[in-house]
Structures are given as structure tokens and as C-alpha cells.
Design a binder for this molecule. Structure first.
Ligand code: ADQ
Length: 466
């Protein structure tokens, strides 16, 4: 085997379970290469260069700890109060503070020191997401010449929005230290290329790669997916009815981290509008599962409060003694239970204003009974909408339109539901998470002429661009 796979991501699997998208996707590649997964421990530490072993089988999982100051300035600060809103077109929520950026750079430098100590020359390094944009810059500065890939899970920012940053040109510079930059959609790639076109330091090569100063970088889209078979199997399992005696009749489901990018207030408003116009005697529910995240950040506290107010208002206006229109659940739900909830739902509402992909859309489709499927209402601003053209696409800013789409989902004849579902399921299968990871690693391997290791030879996936 030509080398190990080293994965770096903010979150790291804490237990031995191999359920859940990224964990399933990377399991084979890491296991077969004797690989290593490095990520942040959820508990704080003293911020030194040590790593804690979380498990060794079938691959090593190593965690670094952030200090409380780093948690505030690097994670909640620069990552989630600068880069997250910037990439989700919410420049108004960006909080610029010099200590955020200083901490972000320092943590990345520390992780680079740690990886440089561990990595062998032929190891393949795969860095995940906006927490680690400058990691390759820092690793190259320490002499690492390995092939290093980066995948951005969230939308690539628009060129104009980058001006919010104190040194916007560093964005292009940092990415150019990777051999391969993977993005979710073709639109993300277009925005990334626009950034390089506008930069006099970049030169476009005939093979499509970018020469930036003295390095070559490829930018490609790799739409992420889910563990389709696992999810469908969970959904089809007979189990105790999760609603118990409180089973709603026909219901629509929404499943999101409680984030301002997911368009939840307008979703509730659109549902309320639908309730005003629904046929007499129809008493549908919206089951909204939204566990709070990043509650230390003001914008997240605000959206939590706003949503509670709207839900209270809608329920106050429409509820009856034996009917609660919006059932709003603030906690995480086990994956298998979620799959069954999806399967029973008549429709799923995805209303993101911006979203890298949106896995909920794919999970809902995978969970359906193909003989009697529900309808996916999908924001045209979610990455998933680029390929899932047979979903009922909606504009989440337009409450009337979303409300009409809810009505259409309830009224849709079986034949149309089956046709739309079959087309969406095709896409979900084509972009399964294992295909996604194998595809990315295969392209990264080709960035330089190395032998293909066993774990990439396991499947044969055509590479459309090569
Ligand atoms: P997220 O913003 O977290 O991911 P999404 O892609 O929808 O958004 O993934 C959410 C995941 O969390 C889904 O698997 C969902 O089932 C799960 N989840 C949400 N609420 C839950 C609950 N209450 N209980 C249990 N599970 C819950 C980021 C980007 C996305 C991109 C993904 C993957 O923002 O655009 O699709 O990464 O790249």
C-alpha cells in the first residue's frame, strides 16, 4: 500500500459506532490504509501539541483539545461568527475581531505542527471544512510535500463577500496550498474559479488546474451524499410508533440544526399561511426537529427565540384541544427513529437560504416507500437542488409560494409522487457517500503520479473529468 490516509476534521467519532455519513464514508479508506482520523475533543484542554487516543480499530482516532479561549475565539469566533455567516451570504452577521483571526491562525498552526510530526512522505492528507482553511499553508511551511486535499462542506462565498475579511486575498492563497479543492456543487466551483480569475497571481492551465504563484491546484465538485442503503434499511424497519398515542394524521417533517441559514421562520410562516387556506376539516401537522447548536453565539440565540415566538403564535391561533399544528422538538433524535419519521411524513420541507448540500433532503428520499412516497419540497438555494431537479423546488423567501407547494404536496397524485421520487432516488444513489469519498480520493491520488493504494482500487467509479 502506498501510504496511509490522514483525515482532519473538526468533529471526530467518539465511539466505535460506524453509522452516520462521514464516518461510513471514510471507514473503508481509513481502515484499509491503517489510517488516522484527527479531530477536536469536545472537552476543553490546555491547548498543547499532544493528541489523545480515542480508539485504534480499525483505524486510529486521535483528538486534540482546544482551550476555552480557543473555543471562543477560533471555533465560535472566527469559524462560526466570521466564516460561517460569510459563506452563507449573511455578511450582516459577521463579527470581525482581531483576536478571532489570531486564534484561528494559531490553532491551524498547532494542528499543522502535530500533523507534520505524524505524517510520512507518502501519506495522503484530507482536510475537512472551513475550520481548517489555512492548514495546508501551515503544513507546507513546515516542509510537508504530501498530497493534501480539502473539502468545503458549506457554500463557497461570492467574490464580493470576501471583502468582509481583513485580508481577502489570503482566501485564494490558503486554498492554493492544497493539491485538490473539493466543493459541493458546480455553482460553488464557478464561484471559486471567479475568485481566481480576479486574482492576478493566478494562471489557468490547459488541463483546468490553477497555477498560483509556484503551485498547482485543481478545483472540482464532489456532491456529498448519505449512506443510502443503511438509511433505507433503518426506515423500512418495523418498530414502535415513535408518536405513541399522539400520532398525527398527515404530517410534514423538517429536520435541521437550529441555524439561521435553514430558513426556519419562513417555513413556519408558510405553514401558517397554508393552514389559513387549507380545505375544511383538514388538520395537518408540521413536525419540526431542530436541536439547538452554537448557542453561545448571539445570532443563534436570536433565531431560537424568534422561532419559539412564531411557533407559539401559530399554535395559539390554530390549535384545537386535540390538535397541535406545529410540533417543535428541540433535541437530537436517533438516526433509526429519524428514518422512520421521514418515511411516515407526507412531505419534507427544506427551506435553506444557503446550504452546501443538505443531507436531510437525501435522507428523506432514501427513507420513502417507493410504492407510496412522500414529496420533497426543496429550496432552490440548497446544493442538493442542483441535481435533484424533480423535487418540488421552492423559493424560501416567498411565503406564498412555499404555502402553495405544501398544498400541492398534499394533493399530489400517486403517479406524480412516484415519478418525482424515482428521479430523486436515482440522484441519491449516484451520490452515495462512499462514492463521494472514493471519487475525491481517486482524484487526489492523481494530482501526482503515485501508485493507487488498495482501498481506492476496491471500486471502479468513472471519473467524468479525466
Ligand atoms: P449541516 O448544516 O449540519 O451540514 P445537513 O446536510 O442537513 O446540514 O446535515 C444535517 C445532519 O444532521 C443530517 O444527517 C440530519 O439527519 C442530522 N440531524 C439534524 N437534526 C437532527 C436531530 N434533531 N437529530 C438527529 N439528527 C439530526 C453541513 C452543511 C451541509 C452539508 C453537510 C455535509 O451545512 O450543507 O450537506 O455539512 O457536507
Amino acid at each position: 500500500m502506498a501510504g496511509r490516509l490522514i483525515v482532519i476534521s473538526n468533529r471526530i467519532p467518539m465511539g466505535e459506532s460506524i453509522s452516520g455519513g462521514l464516518v461510513v464514508a471514510l471507514h473503508d479508506a481509513l481502515g484499509c490504509s491503517g489510517g488516522i482520523w484527527i479531530g477536536a475533543h469536545p472537552d476543553p484542554g490546555d491547548g498543547d501539541d499532544s493528541l489523545e487516543e480515542l480508539g485504534t480499530s480499525p483505524y486510529q482516532r486521535l483528538a486534540f483539545r482546544l482551550t476555552e479561549e480557543e473555543q471562543n475565539n477560533y471555533y465560535l469566533g472566527y469559524a462560526n461568527s466570521v466564516l460561517w455567516p460569510l459563506c452563507h451570504r449573511r455578511g450582516d452577521l459577521v463579527e470581525m475581531r482581531s483576536e478571532y483571526e489570531t486564534s484561528y491562525r494559531a490553532v491551524n498552526a498547532r494542528i499543522a505542527r502535530i500533523v507534520s510530526r505524524i505524517a510520512e512522505p507518502e501519506d495522503l492528507i484530507w482536510v475537512h471544512d472551513y475550520h481548517f482553511l489555512p492548514l495546508a499553508t501551515e503544513m507546507r511551511a513546515r516542509g510537508l510535500r504530501n498530497r493534501i486535499g480539502f473539502f468545503l462542506h458549506i457554500p463557497f462565498p461570492a467574490l464580493g463577500d470576501l471583502s468582509v475579511l481583513s485580508q481577502p486575498e489570503r482566501f485564494a492563497d490558503d486554498l492554493a496550498h492544497y493539491d485538490l479543492v473539493g466543493l459541493q456543487t458546480r455553482s460553488d466551483v464557478a464561484r471559486c474559479l471567479e475568485m481566481y480569475r480576479a486574482d492576478p497571481r493566478a494562471e489557468f492551465m490547459p488541463d483546468g488546474s490553477i497555477k498560483f504563484l509556484d503551485r498547482f491546484t485543481s478545483v472540482r465538485s464532489f456532491p456529498i451524499g448519505i449512506d443510502t442503503k443503511g438509511f433505507a434499511a433503518d426506515a423500512a424497519q418495523e418498530a414502535v410508533n415513535p408518536f405513541g398515542r399522539e400520532e398525527p394524521g398527515s404530517y410534514i417533517i423538517g429536520v435541521d440544526r437550529l441555524d439561521y441559514s435553514k430558513g426556519l421562520p419562513n417555513r413556519f410562516r408558510a405553514f401558517a399561511r397554508y393552514l389559513e387556506t387549507r380545505p375544511e376539516g383538514v388538520r395537518p401537522c408540521l413536525v419540526q426537529i431542530a436541536p439547538p447548536t452554537r448557542q453561545q453565539v448571539r445570532a443563534y440565540q436570536d433565531i431560537t427565540r424568534e422561532l419559539e415566538e412564531i411557533a407559539g403564535h401559530v399554535n395559539g391561533a390554530f390549535a384545537e384541544l386535540d390538535w397541535t399544528p406545529i410540533r417543535y422538538i428541540h433535541r437530537a433524535v436517533p438516526r433509526a427513529e429519524l428514518a422512520r419519521l421521514y418515511r411516515k411524513a407526507r412531505a419534507c420541507l427544506v427551506t435553506s437560504y444557503a446550504d452546501g448540500m443538505n443531507l436531510v433532503a437525501k435522507e428523506y428520499v432514501a427513507a420513502q416507500d417507493p410504492e407510496n412516497p412522500g414529496v420533497l419540497l426543496l429550496s432552490r438555494f440548497a446544493g442538493a437542488a442542483e441535481d435533484m431537479t424533480e423535487a418540488l423546488q421552492i423559493n424560501p423567501y416567498d411565503v406564498e409560494e412555499v404555502s402553495a407547494a405544501i398544498a400541492a404536496a398534499f394533493d399530489m397524485p400517486l403517479a406524480e409522487r412516484k415519478r418525482r421520487h424515482a428521479a430523486c432516488l436515482e440522484i441519491v444513489k449516484k451520490t452515495d457517500v462512499t462514492i463521494w469519498s472514493t471519487d475525491f480520493l481517486r482524484v487526489l491520488m492523481r494530482c501526482k503520479p503515485f501508485a493507487v493504494p488498495e482501498y481506492l482500487g476496491m471500486r471502479s467509479i468513472p471519473d467524468p473529468a479525466l
